[in-house]
Design a protein around this ligand. Structure first.
Ligand code: PLP
Length: 438
């Protein structure tokens, strides 16, 4: 039991009353491990919340943050700039597709999503297509918690009861266990159904009314679902055909998660706008970013009066020097240790084989993986739906393993710096926990 007062902090996405009965508090972290208050270790197979991609407690980042705080802690980003902000923006664009070179910093993925939606709107107005106001999102999609992102949510519990924009249609979700179970990488089925649904939406609403499609290249919070073969190329093709912008929400997939720096590169599809956050500086200082095609920024600039800001939008801490310094240090680690691409190499293969070795566990109905992402889905049998996942999650935690339950799917996204030995430890603790529950 904790000796600290836990009454005042209202935790996000948490059943607070259950938490108060069973507080789970971390007090230290290093490498791939978090440590509870009693000193016991927990193997972090979620990289915090898909963000601590370079592992915990990296001295290089801590030193860079300290140095930056003592050099220039803060300067306003409205009408002023700082060296780390410009340098980090440039470093990021060394890893984006060739036409995507403009970076608008935010403080989170949610802000990046709402910013991207505004930029898409502004662009349509700039080229006299202001009637294009609708969006297409996808069932099971997660796009953060601000009003725009909440409106794009394909997870009903995250929309229910909140004020949302009503001009949104949804493509079908990608999880199809009946046809794609136990696929490795991109599964075979689903692209044709998506294309048919896309065309139906366009036929129903009219292409002249649709501003943009927003999708996660790999569905994350919806249960870690890779796109079926050819899916993202087909989306790009349909967007081009109907003159609709394509936004990739790369808040999770950015910074090495899929085996390339960004999923856009991994799947060889260039979106018009990308959002990112999470791994941007290794989960150390809040930061997100919108990455924009040059021609979109240019069109917005061309349409704006040259005496005013081209974009009436921004956050106090946008591109904050400390966050950018952390990003530069994280980028050094990503590049020097080959972490941005390790998921498509030998480590990704080791991860895939390890994950699929769990297929003999009871009630497993699917295992899927991409890069250093993975999920194991369970049939809850006689239990109510979505109650087995939390039970396995708790048992894993008790046994020193942090993974994530999304309903009855156990979802994994280890630090990219994870070793083979730590992957083996994950497998043995997961196996033990599931065996104890079932
Ligand atoms: N978009 C996606 C795809 C995400 O997975 C998340 C967070 O998990 C967000 C947006 C929101 O990011 P944040 O929690 O930093 O606001």
């Amino acid at each position: 039991m904790s000796d600290i007062n836990i009454d005042n902090w209202w935790l996000p996405f948490t059943n607070v009353r259950a938490f108060q009965d069973n507080p789970r508090i971390f007090s230290r972290a290093e490498g791939c491990f978090l440590y509870k208050q009693d000193g016991s270790e927990v193997l972090d197979i979620t990289a915090g919340l898909w963000c601590c991609n370079v592992g915990h407690g990296r001295r290089e980042i801590a030193d860079a943050v300290h140095k930056q705080l003592m050099t220039l802690d803060y300067a306003p980003p409205f009408q002023f700039g700082t060296p780390p902000g410009f340098e980090f923006a440039q470093r990021i664009t060394q890893h984006t597709p060739a036409d995507i070179n403009r970076v608008f910093f935010t403080n989170s993925g949610s802000e990046a999503v709402d910013t991207a939606l505004k930029i898409a709107h502004l662009y349509q107005h700039a080229r006299d297509k202001g009637g294009k106001q609708r969006f297409i999102s996808r069932e099971q999609g997660y796009h953060g918690v601000n009003v725009g992102g909440t409106s794009m949510q394909g997870l009903p519990t995250n929309r229910h009861g909140f004020p949302v924009l009503d001009r949104v249609d949804f493509l079908p979700g990608m999880l199809d266990i009946s046809r794609n179970a136990f696929s490795r990488g991109s599964p075979a089925h689903g692209t044709e159904e998506m294309a048919a649904a896309f065309e139906n939406i366009v036929a129903m609403r009219g292409a002249d009314s649709i501003c943009a499609v927003i999708i996660e290249p790999v569905s994350g919070a919806g249960g870690m679902v890779p796109p079926p073969q050819g899916y993202l190329k087909k989306v790009r093709e349909l967007c081009d055909k109907h003159d609709i912008l394509l936004i990739f929400d790369e808040v999770i997939t950015g910074f090495g998660r899929t085996g390339s720096a960004f999923a856009a590169t991994e799947f060889d599809v260039v979106p018009d706008i990308m959002t990112t956050a999470k791994g941007i500086n290794g989960g150390t200082v809040p930061m997100g970013a919108v990455l924009i095609k040059d021609e979109i920024q240019q069109a917005i600039f061309d349409a704006a009066p040259n005496t005013l800001p081209e974009f009436f939008h921004g956050n106090t801490y946008a591109g904050a020097p400390v966050a950018a310094a952390a990003g530069l240090a994280a980028m050094d680690i990503y590049e020097q240790e080959g972490l941005l691409t390790c998921g498509s190499g030998e480590k990704g293969k080791y991860w895939e084989d390890a994950l699929h070795s769990l297929a003999d566990l009871p009630q497993v109905i699917d295992i899927r993986n991409y890069g250093l992402l993975g999920a194991v889905s369970f049939d809850p049998m006689e239990l109510p739906a979505k109650s087995l996942g939390p039970k396995i999650h708790q048992r894993c935690f008790d046994n020193g393993l942090l993974c994530r339950a999304v309903g009855d799917n156990m979802v994994m996204s280890p630090p990219l710096s994870i070793s083979h030995q730590e992957i083996d430890l994950f497998i043995s603790r997961f196996r033990q926990s599931v065996t104890e529950v079932l």
